[in-house]
Design a protein around this ligand. Structure first.
Ligand code: HEM
Ligand SMILES: *[C@@H]1O[C@H](CO)[C@@H](O)[C@H](O)[C@H]1NC(C)=O
Length: 337
């Protein structure tokens, strides 16, 4: 039997151990001012470049955000997504979720070029992706957040990982949840990060099934009596015929297509998400928890922005390469020779 004193000291030890343990967990391996001395102009250069790119092509903001997502979900945020086919590397760019779809590589090249002038061999491509995603969101009216830095670049790509870990647009809610869980992200992160579909575009190929598949019709019958879902469906059918025109585009958020706002959630409440993966958040939510979250974001943009920023930081922390693992690439498209 343990006496009272023994119990208390055990509890104290547990608190101390747990305390130090969670200290290093929360801190993670990344650092806020990682490049403060090594590349003081970094954040200015990225923000300026993103602003110029988005000025030329407003959609680029969405494309840059998605690039960071597709990087982080495959072997962690290590710029593996940027590698081209070369010397034994099979590019992730050719994988199903990315092919004819992912864009923004030239913008990252341009930023890397400027950074190699300002501070050669210093800033990783993975950190550029994280900063560009943040500035892209802010450039279209979205929130901003601090980006912890110090990621290093991978020496390899994973074509099969890109096919496996990036969820398909016709995923069930269960599949979406498990894909996010695999990355250490929870249902709350899934709902907040799906809010990215408040801007940018999708190809007909990505939403055809949502418009024509009879299996998905039933899920929307609820909205038929308000004559909202059916007419929306008809509009989408004019953009996306039963076959062909695979690369024709529709905005993900038909209300405010180029702004980063909370309209995505208003659309969801009306059954007007563009992708099946958007609509299942509502139609397959059994305990009403997601509905509660969607409702609160649809009615409180500040709350959405705060949650989104929080989940973006979490996503940006997925498995970074640090220390003397990996490298700082000279060109984001190739590993150093
Ligand atoms: C929840 C699971 C998700 C699925 C199934 C999904 C799927 C898709 C699909 C199919 C497209 C259209 C691609 C095309 O047709 O070319 C798209 C676009 C986009 N996605 Fe997602 N996505 C998901 C989550 C996310 C997350 C977490 C983010 C960012 C953090 C994101 C950001 C974007 C953006 C910004 C676009 C528009 C890109 C552009 O216009 O270039 N998505 N997504
Ligand atoms: C999702 O789409 C893919 C490719 O078009 C198809 O093979 C698959 O059967 C679809 N899955 C569901 C659940 O509808």
């Amino acid at each position: 039997m343990m006496d009272q004193k023994g119990k208390i000291s055990l509890i104290l030890i547990a608190i101390i151990l747990h305390g130090t343990g969670s200290f290093s967990d929360d801190d993670g391996p990344l650092v806020l001012e990682y490049y403060k001395e090594k590349c003081p102009l970094l954040e200015e250069i990225v923000r300026y470049s993103v602003e110029v790119a988005v000025f030329k092509d407003p959609r680029m903001a969405a494309s840059l955000l998605r690039l960071h997502f597709h990087d982080c979900f495959v072997m962690g945020c290590d710029a593996s997504v940027l590698l081209d086919n070369f010397g034994g590397i099979t590019s992730e760019k050719q994988a199903g979720p990315n092919l004819n779809s992912l864009r923004g590589f030239e913008v990252i090249d341009q930023i890397k070029y400027l950074l190699e002038e300002a501070c050669p061999r210093t800033v990783s491509c993975a950190d550029i992706l994280a900063l560009a995603a943040r500035d892209a969101v802010a450039s279209r009216g979205g929130p901003s957040w601090d980006v912890w830095l110090g990621r290093r670049d991978s020496l390899q790509a994973s074509f099969s990982g890109a096919n496996q870990f990036i969820p398909a647009p016709n995923s069930s809610l269960e599949t979406l949840i498990s894909h996010f869980k695999q990355q250490g992200l929870d249902v709350g992160d899934l709902v907040a990060l799906s809010g990215s579909h408040t801007f940018g575009k999708a190809r007909c190929l990505s939403f055809r099934q949502r418009v024509y598949d009879v299996n998905f019709k039933g899920q929307y019958e609820l909205y038929d009596k308000y004559r909202k879902y059916t007419s929306f469906r008809r509009i989408l059918q004019t953009i996306c015929p039963r076959s062909g025109r695979n690369n024709d585009l529709s905005p993900l958020d038909f209300m405010t297509p180029a702004r980063f706002d909370n309209h995505y959630y208003v659309n969801l409440l009306q059954g007007k998400g563009l992708l099946i993966s958007d609509n299942v958040l509502m139609t397959q939510d059994h305990d009403g928890e997601i509905l509660k979250q969607v409702w609160s974001y649809a009615t409180d943009e500040k709350l959405f922005f705060a949650s989104f920023a929080n989940s973006m930081v979490k996503m940006g922390n997925i498995n970074p390469i640090t220390g003397n693992q990996g490298e700082i690439r000279k060109s984001c498209r190739f590993v150093n020779t």
